[in-house]
Design a binder for this molecule. Structure first.
Ligand SMILES: [Zn+2]
Length: 285
């Protein structure tokens, strides 16, 4: 399986937030050090995910295909044989872009290494980025955005990878996920009751549930063969994937997504915490 992008990267949140507001740009540069291609696939999944909320869900058929690199509407543009892309590759792309997507509503072109794009290619691409059909999206991966001509850069939103080390996951989310990783009912109940007693604010609860959701989604990916990372967030995801079965993790991801969403809609924290504890009991039983 293709390597996957860490949910704990700040960029993952940024992409999720953009997707939530229907504001994912149609052209983006994914720059900085780290798994740029993974980030581009994550972005592509957000564009093609079949869920209305919490995109990318990383579970629907569209997300799975993007992760596995077999989605027919996602084209990976690269040439591992040559230093630069061939004229033919770029010419084909210019025609391909006008063929409507197969399965999804979008067609996504991922340029794995912008160092492979010479000036001529970039000028051709500029026209497509500017005048191409509305369903087409272009994701350029580059260590530095300066690999692209200023004309292309000005059409793109630059999204920077910050790497797993700088990821910030709330302490509450870590505590919640460690309680889940106990695979027992009482630690989760104790924790949620404690949160209720300290009158945790809705915004803080939303943040904790969103972070916990990401950690659980990451645990699911670890079970699917993704290589584990380092740091407290990665260790917690690893503990989760060891302690819980796949269907339990799936249910957990789903319920955290749902409750994080309910926090956005003014549902009281006490109600959400009570429901979460009850769901956990059903999942673990
Ligand atoms: Zn999905």
């Amino acid at each position: 399986m293709a390597q996957w992008f860490p949910e704990t990267d700040a960029l993952a949140r940024q992409i999720r937030r953009l997707a939530q507001h229907g504001a994912l740009p149609h052209a983006a540069i994914l720059s900085g050090s780290g798994d740029r291609l993974g980030a581009a696939r994550f972005f592509a999944a957000a564009l093609l995910c079949r869920q209305d909320e919490g995109r990318p869900c990383l579970r629907c058929s569209a997300c799975r295909k993007v992760i596995d690199g077999i989605h027919p509407d996602v084209r990976l543009v690269q040439d591992s044989e040559r230093r630069e892309l061939s004229v033919e590759t770029v010419r084909q792309l210019r025609q391909d872009v006008y063929i409507r997507p197969n399965e999804g509503e979008r067609k996504v072109y991922i340029f794995a290494d912008c160092e492979q794009l010479n000036e001529r290619d970039q000028n051709v691409l500029l026209k497509i980025v500017e005048e191409g059909p509305a369903y087409a999206a272009f994701l350029f991966c580059a260590e530095s955005a300066s690999a692209l001509l200023p004309t292309i850069r000005s059409r793109c939103v630059e999204l920077k990878l910050r790497g797993e080390d700088e990821a910030s996951v709330s302490e509450d989310a870590l505590a919640l996920c460690r309680a889940f990783a106990s695979a027992r009912i009482s630690p989760v109940v104790q924790l949620t009751v404690g949160w209720e007693n300290r009158r945790m604010k809705r915004e803080a609860l939303q943040q904790a549930l969103e972070d916990a959701w990401q950690l659980c989604a990451q645990a699911l990916l670890l079970q699917c063969g993704k290589a584990p990372g380092t740091g407290p967030a990665a260790e917690t995801s690893d503990a989760l994937q060891r302690a819980l079965r796949r269907h339990q993790l799936q249910q957990l991801v789903e319920c955290l997504r749902q409750y994080a969403g309910e926090c956005r809609y003014n549902v009281g924290p006490g109600h959400v915490l009570g429901a979460l504890a009850a769901r956990w009991e059903a999942i673990i039983r």
